[in-house]
Ligand binder design. Sequence first.
Ligand code: DAH
Length: 348
Amino acid sequence: MDLASLLDRLTALRQQALPAVEKADDPDELDAVEAAYLGRNGELRKLLANIGQLSGEDRPKVDAAANPIREELEAAIAARRARLDSIALDVRLAREKVDVTLPGRALPRGALHPIAETSREIARIFGQFGFVTYDAPEVETDELNFQLLNIPADHPARDLWDSLYVAGTDRRWVLRTHTSPGQMRVMQAHKPPIRSLTPGRCYRYEAVDASHGFEFFQVEGLMVDEGTTMAHLRGLLDEFAHAMFGAGTRTRFRPGYYPFTEPSVAFDISCTICGGVGCPACKRTGWLTILGAGMVHPVVLRNGGIDPETYQGFALGMGIDRITMLRHGIPDIRAFLEDDMRFLERFA
Ligand code: DAH
């Protein structure tokens, strides 16, 4: 092959290759075009292999012609590749675009457990009278759960609470049978004036039925100040009953017995079902007992580090389960801990 025909064929190669590059529609096709013209076994190499047949002075002329062609082709391929990439990106963006007008996928909506909701409502109402909520432990010492509350070991008053003790602790640790140890902890940690609530889970060795759980919830209220009287307790409980069960709710005190209060009372409200006429829910009495209360016993005040000559106090203990059952007309206490979604969703 002579110089002239080699140069002609170089020109022809350029004219063939450029449109082939432009025609390549996807990256694979472009790779193939690149390999066909510029690759190790491509057209350009094959053509240049003929250079050996030329004279020494002609060879540089071939290089001078071939190099710009190679560079032009390389540039064209790079440009085409960039173009194909951007087309591919456009296609992907079009395909993956989010339709913000489509309705969203609804997230299941949670809600407070009815016990938690009642507990908060109680805290809200008492909070309006300056009561502050404290946490107290569920596993208690026998001393705090009983002894410091004026219930000595082996005292018959212990029969009021069927207790669950922690194994291997020689009955020194008990699952709290009520939230009353919470009032002792508050007294030991704070000086009067005190207005506290301690809500939480309690445990008893109970035969479980519709109105008894071995696990249930109470909230303890405590007020200690100079000159605190039974009248303050009565006034506060009336306000509470009206806020919780409606302004028309009637209330009464009945004498009661608790070792940690003297005097002690049971606090009743007019039946929320029959309004006080008498029905099966109130055992035809027209009244429902919702809590126990009384003036804190001087021995208990002293055990809490408070001088009963200077300070008086009242305490109250209320079953949150029972209050919740009354508010919502729930007939069975066991529903609260069964985690049946059909029950819980009614409160969502
Ligand atoms: N701790 C009592 C119980 O579990 C409830 C109670 C009654 C608490 C009278 C009190 C109180 O603080 O004064 O049955």
